[in-house]
Design a binder for this molecule. Sequence first.
Ligand code: XMP
Length: 325
Amino acid sequence: DWNAGNVVAEQVDKIRAQVGDARVICGLSGGVDSSVAAALVQKAVGSQLTCVFVDHGLLRSGEAEQVEKDFVAATGVQLKVVDARERFLHALAGHTDPETKRKIIGREFIRVFEQAAREVVAEAGEGEEVKFLVQGTLYPDVVESGGGEGAANIKSHHNVGGLPDDLQFDLVEPLRTLFKDEVRAVGLELGVPEGIVWRQPFPGPGLGIRIIGEVTAERLDILRAADVIAREELTRAGLDRDIWQCPVVLLADVRSVGVQGDGRTYGHPVVLRPVSSEDAMTADWTRLPYDVLATISTRITNEVPEVNRVVLDVTSKPPGTIEWE
Ligand code: XMP
Protein backbone atom coordinates (compact mmCIF):
# COMPACT_ATOMS: atom_id res chain seq x y z
CA ASP A 1 0.00 0.00 0.00
CA TRP A 2 1.22 3.47 -0.92
CA ASN A 3 2.05 5.52 2.13
CA ALA A 4 3.75 8.89 2.35
CA GLY A 5 5.69 7.92 5.48
CA ASN A 6 7.27 4.95 3.69
CA VAL A 7 8.20 7.08 0.69
CA VAL A 8 9.91 9.57 2.99
CA ALA A 9 11.85 6.83 4.79
CA GLU A 10 12.93 5.18 1.52
CA GLN A 11 13.96 8.43 -0.14
CA VAL A 12 15.88 9.61 2.92
CA ASP A 13 17.97 6.41 2.76
CA LYS A 14 18.48 6.78 -0.98
CA ILE A 15 19.54 10.41 -0.74
CA ARG A 16 22.02 9.65 2.05
CA ALA A 17 23.50 6.82 0.02
CA GLN A 18 23.79 9.00 -3.09
CA VAL A 19 25.32 12.15 -1.62
CA GLY A 20 27.40 10.82 1.26
CA ASP A 21 28.87 13.83 3.03
CA ALA A 22 29.04 16.08 -0.05
CA ARG A 23 27.39 19.47 -0.30
CA VAL A 24 24.06 19.85 -2.07
CA ILE A 25 22.33 22.83 -3.62
CA CYS A 26 18.68 23.34 -4.52
CA GLY A 27 16.91 26.12 -6.38
CA LEU A 28 13.60 26.99 -4.75
CA SER A 29 10.86 28.58 -6.83
CA GLY A 30 8.07 28.64 -4.27
CA GLY A 31 6.29 25.87 -6.16
CA VAL A 32 5.24 22.49 -4.83
CA ASP A 33 7.85 20.32 -6.51
CA SER A 34 11.05 22.15 -5.64
CA SER A 35 9.80 22.75 -2.10
CA VAL A 36 8.98 19.12 -1.39
CA ALA A 37 12.21 17.91 -3.00
CA ALA A 38 14.17 20.36 -0.84
CA ALA A 39 12.32 19.29 2.31
CA LEU A 40 13.16 15.64 1.61
CA VAL A 41 16.84 16.36 1.07
CA GLN A 42 16.86 18.54 4.17
CA LYS A 43 15.45 15.67 6.20
CA ALA A 44 18.09 13.35 4.76
CA VAL A 45 21.26 15.43 4.94
CA GLY A 46 20.29 18.60 6.83
CA SER A 47 23.14 21.07 7.00
CA GLN A 48 24.81 19.73 3.83
CA LEU A 49 21.99 21.39 1.85
CA THR A 50 21.80 25.03 0.84
CA CYS A 51 18.70 26.27 -0.94
CA VAL A 52 18.86 29.25 -3.27
CA PHE A 53 15.84 31.41 -3.86
CA VAL A 54 16.10 33.95 -6.67
CA ASP A 55 13.62 36.74 -6.07
CA HIS A 56 13.06 38.01 -9.60
CA GLY A 57 10.30 40.37 -8.55
CA LEU A 58 7.76 38.58 -10.75
CA LEU A 59 6.12 36.65 -7.93
CA ARG A 60 2.67 37.23 -6.58
CA SER A 61 1.90 38.96 -3.32
CA GLY A 62 3.15 36.99 -0.31
CA GLU A 63 5.04 34.31 -2.24
CA ALA A 64 8.56 35.45 -1.48
CA GLU A 65 7.68 35.68 2.23
CA GLN A 66 6.16 32.21 2.08
CA VAL A 67 9.51 30.82 0.97
CA GLU A 68 11.74 33.06 3.10
CA LYS A 69 9.78 32.69 6.33
CA ASP A 70 7.21 29.88 6.37
CA PHE A 71 9.20 27.32 4.43
CA VAL A 72 12.37 27.98 6.39
CA ALA A 73 10.50 27.87 9.69
CA ALA A 74 8.81 24.58 8.77
CA THR A 75 11.87 22.76 7.43
CA GLY A 76 14.92 24.48 8.91
CA VAL A 77 16.72 24.69 5.56
CA GLN A 78 19.69 26.99 5.06
CA LEU A 79 18.46 29.51 2.55
CA LYS A 80 20.35 31.96 0.38
CA VAL A 81 18.01 34.64 -0.97
CA VAL A 82 19.19 36.64 -3.95
CA ASP A 83 17.32 39.90 -4.44
CA ALA A 84 17.49 40.23 -8.23
CA ARG A 85 14.40 42.39 -8.68
CA GLU A 86 16.22 45.39 -10.11
CA ARG A 87 18.27 43.24 -12.42
CA PHE A 88 15.20 41.58 -13.96
CA LEU A 89 13.35 44.87 -14.36
CA HIS A 90 16.35 46.37 -16.07
CA ALA A 91 16.73 43.40 -18.41
CA LEU A 92 13.03 43.44 -19.29
CA ALA A 93 12.81 47.18 -19.90
CA GLY A 94 11.49 48.02 -23.36
CA HIS A 95 10.52 44.45 -24.28
CA THR A 96 6.99 43.48 -25.23
CA ASP A 97 7.33 40.28 -27.27
CA PRO A 98 6.23 37.27 -25.18
CA GLU A 99 8.98 34.89 -26.32
CA THR A 100 11.64 37.55 -25.88
CA LYS A 101 10.38 38.22 -22.35
CA ARG A 102 10.51 34.49 -21.55
CA LYS A 103 14.04 34.20 -22.93
CA ILE A 104 15.27 37.20 -20.97
CA ILE A 105 13.77 35.90 -17.74
CA GLY A 106 15.25 32.42 -18.31
CA ARG A 107 18.67 33.81 -19.17
CA GLU A 108 18.84 36.17 -16.19
CA PHE A 109 17.63 33.41 -13.89
CA ILE A 110 20.44 31.11 -14.93
CA ARG A 111 23.06 33.82 -14.51
CA VAL A 112 21.87 34.74 -11.05
CA PHE A 113 21.60 31.11 -10.01
CA GLU A 114 25.09 30.26 -11.28
CA GLN A 115 26.56 33.18 -9.39
CA ALA A 116 24.74 32.12 -6.22
CA ALA A 117 25.97 28.54 -6.67
CA ARG A 118 29.57 29.80 -6.91
CA GLU A 119 29.05 31.80 -3.74
CA VAL A 120 27.70 28.76 -1.93
CA VAL A 121 30.83 26.87 -2.99
CA ALA A 122 33.06 29.71 -1.78
CA GLU A 123 31.22 30.03 1.51
CA ALA A 124 31.33 26.28 2.08
CA GLY A 125 35.04 26.73 2.62
CA GLU A 126 38.12 24.68 2.01
CA GLY A 127 37.82 21.57 -0.03
CA GLU A 128 34.07 21.57 0.05
CA GLU A 129 32.59 21.43 -3.38
CA VAL A 130 28.93 21.47 -4.29
CA LYS A 131 28.56 18.29 -6.26
CA PHE A 132 24.83 17.75 -6.22
CA LEU A 133 21.86 19.70 -7.48
CA VAL A 134 18.33 18.86 -6.32
CA GLN A 135 15.61 18.86 -8.97
CA GLY A 136 11.88 18.45 -8.36
CA THR A 137 11.41 16.21 -11.40
CA LEU A 138 8.17 14.20 -11.19
CA TYR A 139 7.28 10.92 -12.86
CA PRO A 140 5.18 12.59 -15.59
CA ASP A 141 8.19 14.82 -16.43
CA VAL A 142 10.36 11.72 -16.80
CA VAL A 143 7.83 10.09 -19.12
CA GLU A 144 7.32 13.29 -21.12
CA SER A 145 11.01 13.66 -21.82
CA GLY A 146 11.35 10.08 -23.03
CA GLY A 147 12.20 8.13 -19.87
CA GLY A 148 15.56 6.58 -19.02
CA GLU A 149 18.56 8.15 -17.39
CA GLY A 150 19.32 10.71 -20.09
CA ALA A 151 15.89 12.15 -19.54
CA ALA A 152 17.07 13.68 -16.28
CA ASN A 153 17.89 16.81 -18.20
CA ILE A 154 15.70 19.55 -16.98
CA LYS A 155 12.40 20.45 -18.65
CA SER A 156 13.82 23.16 -20.76
CA HIS A 157 11.14 25.45 -22.07
CA HIS A 158 8.66 25.18 -19.28
CA ASN A 159 10.93 25.70 -16.32
CA VAL A 160 12.77 28.87 -15.62
CA GLY A 161 14.98 26.65 -13.50
CA GLY A 162 16.45 25.00 -16.60
CA LEU A 163 20.21 25.03 -16.13
CA PRO A 164 22.98 24.83 -18.70
CA ASP A 165 25.02 21.68 -19.29
CA ASP A 166 28.31 23.21 -18.21
CA LEU A 167 27.10 23.49 -14.65
CA GLN A 168 28.70 20.26 -13.50
CA PHE A 169 26.31 18.86 -10.95
CA ASP A 170 24.99 15.39 -10.39
CA LEU A 171 21.24 15.48 -10.02
CA VAL A 172 19.33 14.41 -6.93
CA GLU A 173 15.75 13.74 -7.95
CA PRO A 174 13.81 12.28 -5.03
CA LEU A 175 10.39 12.78 -6.66
CA ARG A 176 11.16 10.91 -9.86
CA THR A 177 8.72 8.08 -9.18
CA LEU A 178 5.87 10.23 -7.88
CA PHE A 179 2.74 11.82 -9.27
CA LYS A 180 1.61 15.27 -8.18
CA ASP A 181 -0.93 14.09 -5.61
CA GLU A 182 1.73 11.85 -4.08
CA VAL A 183 4.18 14.75 -3.95
CA ARG A 184 1.57 16.74 -2.05
CA ALA A 185 1.07 13.87 0.42
CA VAL A 186 4.84 13.65 0.96
CA GLY A 187 4.99 17.42 1.45
CA LEU A 188 2.28 17.32 4.10
CA GLU A 189 4.06 14.40 5.80
CA LEU A 190 7.21 16.55 5.94
CA GLY A 191 5.38 19.57 7.34
CA VAL A 192 5.75 21.77 4.26
CA PRO A 193 3.29 24.69 4.68
CA GLU A 194 -0.14 23.99 3.18
CA GLY A 195 -0.03 27.21 1.17
CA ILE A 196 2.91 25.73 -0.72
CA VAL A 197 1.70 22.12 -0.86
CA TRP A 198 -1.62 23.14 -2.41
CA ARG A 199 -0.29 25.90 -4.60
CA GLN A 200 -1.80 25.92 -8.07
CA PRO A 201 0.54 25.86 -11.07
CA PHE A 202 2.32 29.15 -11.62
CA PRO A 203 4.56 29.78 -14.62
CA GLY A 204 8.30 30.15 -14.05
CA PRO A 205 8.35 33.58 -15.76
CA GLY A 206 5.67 34.58 -13.28
CA LEU A 207 3.82 37.86 -13.59
CA GLY A 208 6.25 38.81 -16.36
CA ILE A 209 4.01 37.01 -18.86
CA ARG A 210 0.76 38.21 -17.27
CA ILE A 211 1.46 41.85 -18.04
CA ILE A 212 0.59 42.25 -21.70
CA GLY A 213 3.17 44.77 -22.82
CA GLU A 214 6.30 46.02 -21.12
CA VAL A 215 7.00 44.88 -17.57
CA THR A 216 7.56 47.77 -15.16
CA ALA A 217 7.66 48.03 -11.37
CA GLU A 218 4.44 50.03 -11.33
CA ARG A 219 2.59 47.55 -13.53
CA LEU A 220 3.78 44.68 -11.38
CA ASP A 221 2.36 46.42 -8.31
CA ILE A 222 -1.00 46.93 -10.04
CA LEU A 223 -1.20 43.31 -11.14
CA ARG A 224 -0.11 41.98 -7.75
CA ALA A 225 -2.84 44.04 -6.06
CA ALA A 226 -5.55 42.72 -8.41
CA ASP A 227 -4.26 39.15 -8.32
CA VAL A 228 -4.22 38.86 -4.55
CA ILE A 229 -7.87 39.97 -4.39
CA ALA A 230 -8.92 37.31 -6.89
CA ARG A 231 -6.99 34.67 -4.97
CA GLU A 232 -8.45 35.74 -1.63
CA GLU A 233 -12.01 35.56 -2.92
CA LEU A 234 -11.55 32.20 -4.64
CA THR A 235 -10.10 30.81 -1.42
CA ARG A 236 -12.91 32.33 0.64
CA ALA A 237 -15.45 30.68 -1.68
CA GLY A 238 -13.72 27.32 -1.19
CA LEU A 239 -12.90 26.98 -4.89
CA ASP A 240 -9.12 26.53 -4.80
CA ARG A 241 -9.15 22.81 -5.39
CA ASP A 242 -11.90 22.96 -8.02
CA ILE A 243 -9.99 25.18 -10.40
CA TRP A 244 -6.68 24.33 -12.01
CA GLN A 245 -5.48 27.93 -11.84
CA CYS A 246 -6.81 31.41 -12.39
CA PRO A 247 -4.35 33.76 -14.03
CA VAL A 248 -5.13 37.44 -13.61
CA VAL A 249 -3.82 39.32 -16.63
CA LEU A 250 -3.13 43.06 -16.86
CA LEU A 251 -3.80 44.62 -20.26
CA ALA A 252 -1.25 47.29 -19.57
CA ASP A 253 -1.38 49.04 -22.94
CA VAL A 254 -5.18 49.14 -23.08
CA ARG A 255 -7.22 51.87 -21.43
CA SER A 256 -10.94 52.38 -21.26
CA VAL A 257 -13.17 55.11 -19.95
CA GLY A 258 -14.99 54.61 -16.70
CA VAL A 259 -16.75 56.59 -14.04
CA GLN A 260 -16.14 56.55 -10.33
CA GLY A 261 -17.53 58.96 -7.75
CA ASP A 262 -17.92 62.27 -9.58
CA GLY A 263 -15.11 61.63 -11.95
CA ARG A 264 -14.26 60.08 -15.24
CA THR A 265 -11.52 57.46 -15.09
CA TYR A 266 -9.26 56.18 -17.82
CA GLY A 267 -7.82 52.98 -16.46
CA HIS A 268 -6.66 49.51 -17.40
CA PRO A 269 -8.66 46.29 -17.68
CA VAL A 270 -7.67 43.08 -15.95
CA VAL A 271 -8.75 39.71 -17.27
CA LEU A 272 -9.78 36.80 -15.05
CA ARG A 273 -8.80 33.49 -16.62
CA PRO A 274 -10.19 30.69 -14.40
CA VAL A 275 -9.59 27.29 -15.98
CA SER A 276 -10.39 23.66 -15.27
CA SER A 277 -7.91 21.10 -16.50
CA GLU A 278 -6.36 17.70 -15.85
CA ASP A 279 -2.88 18.33 -17.22
CA ALA A 280 -2.84 21.85 -18.75
CA MET A 281 -2.68 20.37 -22.27
CA THR A 282 -6.35 21.13 -22.72
CA ALA A 283 -8.54 23.26 -20.51
CA ASP A 284 -12.02 24.66 -20.22
CA TRP A 285 -12.99 27.97 -18.69
CA THR A 286 -14.41 27.44 -15.23
CA ARG A 287 -18.02 28.45 -14.68
CA LEU A 288 -17.38 30.39 -11.49
CA PRO A 289 -20.42 31.40 -9.46
CA TYR A 290 -21.65 34.87 -10.48
CA ASP A 291 -21.58 36.14 -6.92
CA VAL A 292 -17.88 35.26 -6.59
CA LEU A 293 -17.14 37.02 -9.88
CA ALA A 294 -19.14 40.04 -8.73
CA THR A 295 -17.22 40.27 -5.45
CA ILE A 296 -13.87 39.99 -7.22
CA SER A 297 -14.86 42.67 -9.72
CA THR A 298 -16.18 45.08 -7.09
CA ARG A 299 -13.16 44.67 -4.86
CA ILE A 300 -10.60 45.05 -7.65
CA THR A 301 -12.19 48.19 -9.07
CA ASN A 302 -12.62 49.68 -5.58
CA GLU A 303 -9.22 48.76 -4.21
CA VAL A 304 -6.91 49.07 -7.21
CA PRO A 305 -7.21 52.66 -8.48
CA GLU A 306 -5.49 51.99 -11.82
CA VAL A 307 -7.99 49.27 -12.79
CA ASN A 308 -11.49 50.32 -13.82
CA ARG A 309 -12.73 47.19 -15.61
CA VAL A 310 -12.68 43.45 -14.91
CA VAL A 311 -13.37 41.07 -17.79
CA LEU A 312 -13.81 37.30 -17.92
CA ASP A 313 -12.03 35.06 -20.42
CA VAL A 314 -14.50 32.43 -21.68
CA THR A 315 -12.17 30.66 -24.14
CA SER A 316 -11.27 27.00 -23.89
CA LYS A 317 -7.81 25.59 -24.70
CA PRO A 318 -7.52 25.06 -27.60
CA PRO A 319 -7.87 27.51 -29.22
CA GLY A 320 -6.72 29.76 -26.37
CA THR A 321 -3.75 28.91 -24.21
CA ILE A 322 -4.14 29.19 -20.45
CA GLU A 323 -1.76 32.12 -20.17
CA TRP A 324 -2.17 35.16 -22.42
CA GLU A 325 1.49 35.19 -23.41
P1 XMP B 1 -0.35 27.53 -21.60
O1 XMP B 1 -0.43 29.02 -21.49
O2 XMP B 1 0.72 27.05 -22.55
O3 XMP B 1 0.08 27.01 -20.16
O4 XMP B 1 -1.70 26.91 -21.90
C1 XMP B 1 0.06 25.66 -19.77
C2 XMP B 1 0.56 25.57 -18.34
O5 XMP B 1 1.95 25.90 -18.27
C3 XMP B 1 2.17 27.06 -17.50
N1 XMP B 1 3.17 27.85 -18.23
C4 XMP B 1 4.47 27.90 -17.91
N2 XMP B 1 5.17 27.32 -16.92
N3 XMP B 1 7.15 28.35 -17.72
C5 XMP B 1 6.51 27.57 -16.81
O6 XMP B 1 7.16 27.06 -15.90
C6 XMP B 1 6.52 28.95 -18.76
O7 XMP B 1 7.13 29.66 -19.55
C7 XMP B 1 5.10 28.71 -18.85
N4 XMP B 1 4.14 29.12 -19.72
C8 XMP B 1 2.99 28.58 -19.31
C9 XMP B 1 0.82 27.73 -17.37
O8 XMP B 1 0.71 28.50 -16.17
C10 XMP B 1 -0.12 26.55 -17.39
O9 XMP B 1 -0.21 25.93 -16.12
